[in-house]
Design a protein around this ligand. Structure first.
Ligand code: GLU
Length: 305
């Protein structure tokens, strides 16, 4: 299949959607990003890559980081992690407080904010002040790129304006579902969200999920096969907040989005794909990114169904 032609076609076809959607502005450092960007990278298991748009341009990975921290926590704690965070879709916005109160401070899944904050808390219990370094090192290893870092401006901006996330962590603490110092946990969470990567680096970093937990380029085992299956399943059912059903319906692949405008999708046994376009739909997922992935699976027939 000629993937390069296909993604070139997609770049043409998504142009009409640039008038729709809105860049995330609740994090002020993200509000001034050029809204008219598009980049898409594909990485096959044999290392071949296909790119279109400005694939070198780095952006804030935001909630895509939740896949990495969930992988690390699942590795450390296995099934017992689910005592503190569930694995069901939430059907609610990414930063919703309501469900969390009804469900006694146990977040529905690790890909909504509350769930990711708990996941990060479990890493602090083991790695303490080294937690962020450990997360960053895992991402660098997965991507096989040791230049990856976080954006200090985005980090400070989230720290200054993250009132809802502060509310979430405080509520969970009141239900005894946070074990470490609140400031340290939230700082680590905001730092992981402010990591910046481009579409090529992100596609590389998730390739292990298309290959049963092993990075096929470096042969590093990042997680075992059974757990890689769980991570993909959760990406399919919970990767796009309250639009997870819609994404599964239209795209038919496991994926995870971030409010920075990135989406990563996995074609098991074949490839990882990353799309970037910063204008978001109402549920906080890249509008053009979702459209591009829908076009990709329609044109290639490469969905999991
Ligand atoms: N750092 C963002 C927040 O906590 C992540 C949200 C997202 O990417 O969906 O609000």
């Amino acid at each position: 299949m000629n993937y390069q032609n296909i993604i070139n076609e997609i770049e043409d076809e998504i142009q009409v959607y640039f008038k729709e959607g809105k860049v995330a502005d609740y994090i002020p450092a993200l509000a001034h990003i050029n809204p008219n960007q598009f980049a898409m990278s594909i990485k096959l298991l044999d290392g071949t890559s296909f790119n279109v748009g400005n694939t070198q341009n780095k952006f804030s990975i935001q909630s895509i980081s939740k896949v990495f921290t969930f992988t690390l926590a699942l590795q450390l704690y296995g099934r017992s992690l689910y005592k503190r965070v569930g694995h069901e879709p939430s059907g609610d916005p990414f930063n919703s407080l309501i469900q969390l109160e009804y469900e006694n401070g146990i977040p529905r899944n690790p890909f909504i904010n509350a769930g990711a904050i708990v996941t990060t808390d479990t890493l602090l219990s083991k790695y303490q002040d080294k937690s962020f370094d450990y997360i960053l090192d895992f991402i660098r290893t997965s991507a096989n790129d040791f230049t990856i870092n976080y954006d200090k401006e985005v980090y400070s901006s989230e720290l200054e304006h993250g009132f809802l996330n502060m509310a979430l962590i405080n509520m969970m603490k009141s239900y005894k579902n946070i074990n470490n110092d609140l400031e340290k946990v939230i700082q680590t969470y905001f730092k992981q969200c402010s990591i910046e990567m481009n579409t090529e680096q992100l596609a590389n970093s998730m390739l292990f999920l298309a290959n049963h937990g092993v990075n096929p380029i470096t042969n590093k085992v990042l997680i075992n096969e059974a757990k890689a299956k769980r991570i993909n399943s959760l990406m399919l059912t919970c990767g796009h907040y309250d639009a997870s059903g819609d994404f599964a319906y239209k795209v038919g692949l496991p994926g995870k989005s971030g409010v920075g405008g990135g989406i990563v999708a996995i074609v098991p046994g074949k490839m990882s794909i990353c799309v970037y376009s910063p204008k978001l739909n109402k549920q906080g997922n890249s509008l053009i990114g979702t459209k591009a992935l829908e076009l990709f699976t329609t044109k290639t027939g490469l969905s999991i169904f």
